[in-house]
Each structure stands twice: as structure tokens, then as C-alpha cells.
Design a protein around this ligand. Structure first.
Ligand code: FAD
Ligand code: NAP
Ligand code: NAG
Ligand code: NAG
Ligand code: NAG
Ligand code: NAG
Ligand code: NAG
Length: 552
């Protein structure tokens, strides 16, 4: 049964629903009170929410933590990385090698020991693994490279409370944005080494726990709490060992902000698993863009980049001054969004754009690179003499425990980010820099009992359904602002303002300027010549098509 039907049935005929559905909703929503409209259910948590966990100390999780602390929750913020910053922690360390083919969703983390709490030490080479491998597998170095710049202007890539100085240009280098996110963390006393005597109470546990990977999130149906299974690594450099600790913690509510990039994606092309084994010395010849760091080592090489999105075009721009030959294998995108057009047009002049790869001819040896191997394109052409292949073929979302999802949020997520089936869990919904502050405030308000979950939506055919997400237009801002301020009027709390329209305008003009300065001639060969500015038309300036990436 479609779950929204369950929901309606429960509101109208509470007795007739199956016990399973009742369990799903009874603790959350109750029938409207007398005189209240049926489309405005109130809800009630099983018990007041006191302890909240936040998973992920990127821009999204940091904002949620700040707002939850302001609402006096006991908060624990977990991140697998040793520092806050999320995606924006540049490191010379690289993530461990991606698997070929992709692993099934959910198959990412360590096997959970039978007895918890537990701890153990690892020495170099234990179970055939180096300490360095264990460490990188645990925290997952970020897919950020040395010369990376933001593809979003600073007006829409800024956290509250710590504004950029006027000297900072619109396009941010990765060091500036990294320091910005760390500044926000520090302002809220969430950095790994912060000392904030005014905030600390002697008996209180620390808010943050870094190098701590959340391995599992499970609901304990009896106590109506969430149990997080946690694994922390500490690299004891002096004794050259790694200490691994496992424990669990229990929470009334959980905010999941693990970022959209839990795992890489490599295409499922015939022969690729064989080619993925090829090396020159210690260096693999084909790899995913998440390990890319510096352009200099591409001097004199022939490089094939697979993909046509931002990683593909921006890595192409970075290495192009060095490469001998630069080829991009592009499949015509299913939907030519304005962002995709931008990426396509940003490939440097020197790029040879070629069609999709059909298959890789099996290699005779894996110890001599791929230069002598043959790559067959779908139009019959054979590429040879390639030194390295970079798969800029994107990422897959987190296995959003407890659901094992391959998408960012379950389908039945309210636009506030709360899971409709159990709003003690909430998801970061994307557009972190602009929408994130409203979402974080809304999560804290609902859990603090200072806002009601939004009422059901009326569909065109007169039915009601849970209010769903509409992240792409600007309507979402209006919804949030109205809802939050309405709640503040009723229950107390700060009032919020809409972002200034100048920010939206700046974002549009920024995109247009990038587009107009780009060269699209090279795309004609593969049938992508009809690129136009059509989709930037707008009637309602507040509902303009926004060139904001929902993954930001
Ligand atoms: C190469 C690249 C370039 C980008 N460039 C831009 C740009 O120019 N502009 C822009 O706006 N956006 C850009 N983005 C998007 C970027 O994701 C966002 O800017 C932003 O970082 C999203 O914030 P977040 O907090 O949602 O997620 P993240 O920043 O990804 O943070 C999520 C955090 O959750 C932690 N985590 C995940 N799983 C677990 C777990 N199981 N246990 C504990 N911790 C966990 C991670 O360690 C991470 O620190 C880029 C992304 C990539 C990959
Ligand atoms: N600031 C920056 O400069 C910067 C740099 C890098 C990334 N980013 C951000 O990071 C995010 C991820 O970007 P991304 O470029 O890494 O990933 P992405 O946007 O998901 O793009 C993946 C690319 O791989 C292609 N692809 C996937 N499977 C393929 C296959 N089997 N064969 C051929 N092509 C295949 C896709 O083509 P289809 O479209 O046809 O599926 C797409 O072109 C985005 O939000 C982006 O804005 C920003
Ligand atoms: C949090 O606690 C402080 C100190 O007791 C109080 O002044 C403040 O109003 C509380 N905040 C909220 C949102 O309840
Ligand atoms: C999620 O995936 C893991 C690994 O495949 C599996 O063990 C687990 O049972 C799955 N959980 C759910 C809720 O489906
Ligand atoms: C591409 O070629 C044009 C014209 O030759 C030149 O003006 C421009 O600078 C080149 N762009 C790059 C990125 O090399
Ligand atoms: C196939 O594509 C390549 C690269 O774009 C091009 O050079 C070649 O002429 C094409 N071959 C055919 C048969 O169309
Ligand atoms: C655009 O790209 C094409 C193909 O790479 C190149 O021949 C041409 O010189 C470029 N033109 C400009 C104005 O950049």
C-alpha cells in the first residue's frame, strides 16, 4: 500500500489501519483536535527530545549542530574525518582506491564486532593491511584538488556568522572556502581543538567526536531511541599503531548530514575491470577523479577523461597546460541542464571530444600500463596510445542508514527534512549554503517543540499527501521563512529573513557570464551544438530557474 494512503486512512479511520501502519504513525501524528482542520495534523513525540546526534561535520552538519546547541539540546557531532570541514578538507592523502565494478549500495563499512564496547590495536601489516590504508579507509580523504576553485559565487557559498571579507573574490579558492568552514566551526566551538570555557559545564560530554565513523543507525523500538554504533580510530604515531574503539550511544533524535558523496561511481563498461588492474610501477593507469590532486605529473602524457560534468571539465582545464594530448569521452547528457552546458563549454580548446566508450580490449599484461591497449568507441573508432584514464563519472550517495538508500533522502521526507514516518530522524536536504541555515533552524524548532511539522499538502484531485520536497525552485525559501516565523510568533524564537534578491541575481549573472565566455565549437561533432541560453528565461524573479546545484 502506498504509504501516503496509509497516512490518510489513519487520519480518517484510525481504528481500521493495520497494526504495522499504526506503529509507524501513532507515535508521531495524532488525529486533529476538535475545531482543527483535518489537513493540519498535530504530532507528538513519544517523549521530549533531549539528546540529539548529528552525523557529518560539513557545512550542513555544522549548521545543524549550532542551532541544536542554541536550543539547549545535548548534542553529539560525529565525523569520520579528523577535523570539521566536510568536503572542504584538502589533503595530500588520497582516498583508498575505488572498486571495479562499483560495490553494491550499503556495502561500505567495517564488520561490526559481536561485543561492543571493544577496542584493539593494529600494527603495520596486521591482516595484510597497512596502517596508512586503515587510516585513509576510515576517514576517506576528500575529492578536492590543489587548484580547485568553487563553481559557485561567494554570495551563494557562504555560511552565516562568519562573512567573507570584502577582499575575497567571487570565485573562491579551496583554501579560502576551507578556512571559511573551519571559521564557522570555530565560531560555534566545534573545531577539533577548540577551548570554550564559557560553554563547558564540567560534567557535560564534549560536543564533537572526530575520527569517528557512524557505522550503523538503528531504532530501538522499546525505548523509542536511536542507537548509533560508532568506530573511532586514533593513529598513535609514536608507537606506530592504530587504536580502534567501538561503542554505542543512544539518542532521542538524529540529523543525518553525511554529504552526497559517500562513494564513487565507475561506469560498467566491458573490459574495464581488466583495465583497472593495469599499472606503471606502483601507479594505476585508470582511476576515479576523487584521487586527483596535482597537474604537473601529467607533463607530456596522453590523458583520456571520461564524463562531461564539473569534475571532467575542471580537471581538464587544470591538466591541459601540461598534457601532450587531452581527450574527453562524452555521452550526450539525458538532460542538457544549464550546469551541464556550462561544463561542456568549459573544456579547454585543446580537448578532443570523442563519443562514449563501447569496450576495452583485454590487455596482454597489467604491469606495463595501457599505452598499447585498444579502446573502442561506440562509433567504431579505436583510441590507442593513452597513458592514463580519469573517470570523472561522479559519485553515489551515502547508504543512508537505516534505510540503505542510494538517494540522498527517502522518498517520504517532508520538505523540512524530517522523515515522515518518524520525524525523530531528519536528513540534510541539499543546497547547504543557502537553504541549510533555514533547515537547521527548522529541525531544532520541531525537536524542541517550538514548531509543528508542516500540514499535509492538497493535491490537484482533492486528496491530501505529506508535504514533499521542492528543492529546485525558490518557493522552498518562502515556505521555510513563513513556517519558521509563524512558529516563532506562536512559540517564541528568532525571526528569519529571506536571502537578499541580489544574491539570486548575482548567481544568475555569474552563470551567464561564465557561459558567454565559453567556447562551444568543439561540441558540434558529437551533436551538442544546439546549446542555447533558453533555460535562463524567467518570469517571476523570485522563482527564477536557479543555477544552484542541489548537491551543494
Ligand atoms: C570536487 C567537488 C567540488 C565541489 N565544489 C563545490 C562548489 O564549488 N560549490 C559548492 O557549493 N559546492 C561544491 N561541492 C559540493 C559540496 O558537497 C558542498 O559544497 C558541501 O560540502 C556539502 O556540505 P554537506 O555538509 O552536506 O556535506 P559534506 O561537506 O560532504 O560533509 C559531510 C561530512 O559527513 C561525514 N560523514 C559521512 N559519512 C559519515 C559517517 N558514516 N560517519 C561519520 N561521518 C560521516 C564526512 O566525513 C563529511 O565530513 C563540491 C563537491 C565536490 C566533490
Ligand atoms: N568547484 C568545482 O569546480 C567542482 C569540481 C568538481 C565537482 N564539483 C561538484 O561536485 C559534484 C559532482 O560532480 P562530478 O562532475 O564529479 O560528478 P557528476 O556531476 O555526477 O558527473 C558525472 C559525469 O559522469 C558521466 N558518466 C556517468 N556514468 C557514465 C558512463 N557510464 N559513461 C560515460 N559517462 C558517464 C555523467 O554523464 P551523464 O550525465 O550522461 O550521466 C556525468 O557527465 C557536483 O555537484 C559538482 O558541482 C565542483
Ligand atoms: C537555552 O538555555 C538558556 C539558559 O538557560 C536560556 O536563556 C535560553 O532561552 C534557552 N534557549 C531555548 C531556545 O530554549
Ligand atoms: C543494508 O545493507 C547491509 C549490507 O548490504 C545489510 O547487511 C543490511 O541488512 C541492510 N539494511 C537494511 C535495513 O536493509
Ligand atoms: C582558446 O582559444 C582562443 C582563440 O584561439 C583563445 O583566445 C583562448 O584563450 C583559448 N582558451 C584557452 C583556455 O586556452
Ligand atoms: C568517431 O568519433 C571520432 C571522434 O569524435 C571521430 O574522429 C571519427 O571520425 C568518428 N568516426 C565515425 C565513423 O564517425
Ligand atoms: C573553440 O574551440 C575550437 C575547437 O577546439 C577551436 O578550434 C577554436 O579555435 C576555439 N575558438 C575560440 C574562439 O576559442
Amino acid at each position: 500500500m502506498a504509504w501516503h494512503k496509509v497516512f490518510i486512512a489513519f487520519l480518517v479511520f484510525p481504528i481500521s489501519v493495520s497494526s504495522q501502519s499504526q506503529n509507524q504513525f501513532q507515535t508521531v501524528f495524532k488525529s486533529p483536535a476538535k475545531g482543527q482542520s483535518e489537513t493540519e495534523p498535530t504530532f507528538q513525540f513519544h517523549h521530549p527530545i533531549k539528546r540529539a546526534a548529528v552525523v557529518g561535520a560539513g557545512p550542513s552538519g555544522l549548521q545543524a549542530t549550532a542551532w541544536l546547541l542554541e536550543h539547549n539540546f545535548t548534542v553529539r557531532l560525529f565525523d569520520r574525518a579528523p577535523h570539521p570541514g566536510g568536503n572542504w578538507q584538502y589533503s595530500e592523502e588520497r582516498p583508498v582506491r575505488e572498486s571495479y565494478p562499483d560495490r553494491p549500495p550499503g556495502d561500505y563499512y567495517a564488520a561490526i564486532p559481536p561485543q561492543i564496547p571493544t577496542s584493539r590495536y593494529y600494527n603495520e601489516g596486521d591482516d595484510g593491511l597497512t596502517l596508512d590504508f586503515r587510516w585513509r579507509e576510515h576517514w576517506r580523504p576528500r575529492p578536492v584538488w590543489y587548484n580547485l576553485f568553487t563553481n559557485s559565487p561567494k554570495v551563494s557559498t557562504e555560511l552565516p556568522d562568519v562573512p567573507y571579507g570584502p577582499e575575497v573574490p567571487w570565485v573562491l579558492d579551496r583554501d579560502t572556502i576551507q578556512r571559511h568552514v573551519r571559521s564557522y566551526a570555530s565560531h560555534h566551538c566545534l573545531n577539533s581543538n577548540d577551548y570554550c570555557p564559557s560553554k563547558a559545564t564540567p560534567s557535560a560530554p564534549p560536543v564533537t567526536s572526530y575520527s569517528t565513523r557512524v557505522e550503523r543507525v538503528e531504532k530501538d523500538e522499546e525505548s523509542h531511541t536511536w542507537v548509533l554504533t560508532l568506530r573511532r580510530l586514533e593513529w598513535l604515531r609514536e608507537s606506530n599503531r592504530i587504536l580502534e574503539e567501538w561503542w554505542t550511544e543512544t539518542f532521542d533524535a538524529v540529523f543525518l548530514a553525511p554529504g552526497p558523496w559517500a562513494s564513487t561511481h565507475v561506469p560498467n563498461i566491458a573490459g574495464l575491470v581488466d583495465w583497472s588492474k593495469a599499472k606503471v610501477g606502483e601507479h594505476y593507469s585508470a582511476y576515479h577523479s576523487h584521487t586527483y590532486r596535482h597537474p604537473e605529473r601529467y607533463a607530456g602524457k596522453s590523458v583520456l577523461i571520461v564524463g562531461s560534468s564539473v569534475s571532467a571539465s575542471e580537471i581538464a582545464r587544470d591538466i591541459s597546460p601540461y598534457t601532450d594530448r587531452l581527450i574527453a569521452s562524452v555521452r550526450p547528457p539525458k538532460e542538457l541542464t544549464i550546469r551541464r552546458k556550462l561544463s561542456l563549454s568549459r573544456f579547454p580548446n585543446a580537448t578532443e571530444i570523442v563519443p562514449e566508450i563501447a569496450f576495452f580490449e583485454p590487455l596482454k599484461t597489467h604491469t606495463n600500463g595501457i599505452r598499447n591497449g585498444k579502446i573502442y568507441l561506440i562509433n567504431g573508432t579505436v583510441l590507442q596510445g593513452i597513458d592514463e584514464i580519469i573517470f570523472a563519472t561522479g559519485y553515489r550517495s551515502s547508504p543512508l542508514y537505516p534505510h540503505n538508500l542510494t538517494t540522498r533522502t527517502p522518498a517520504d521526507t517532508l520538505w523540512t527534512g524530517h522523515w515522515a514516518q518518524d520525524p525523530t530522524i531528519a536528513y540534510s536536504v541539499g543546497r547547504t549554503w543557502t537553504l541549510g541555515r533555514y533547515q537547521a533552524y527548522g529541525i531544532a524548532k520541531v525537536w524542541a517543540g517550538k514548531a509543528q511539522l508542516p500540514p499535509l499538502d492538497q493535491t490537484e484531485d482533492g486528496e491530501t499527501k505529506p508535504p514533499s520536497m521542492e528543492w529546485f525552485g525558490e518557493d522552498i525559501f518562502r515556505r521555510y521563512i513563513t513556517w519558521l516565523n509563524d512558529a516563532s510568533l506562536k512559540y517564541g524564537g528568532r525571526f528569519v529573513e529571506a536571502p537578499p534578491i541580489e544574491n539570486l541575481e548575482a548567481l544568475k549573472y555569474y552563470s551567464v557570464v561564465h557561459f558567454l565566455t565559453a567556447n562551444i565549437t568543439a561540441l558540434e561533432d558529437i551533436g551538442l551544438s544546439s546549446i542555447s541560453m533558453g533555460s535562463l528565461k524567467n518570469k517571476d524573479p523570485w522563482n527564477a530557474l536557479v543555477d544552484e546545484d542541489d548537491d551543494w
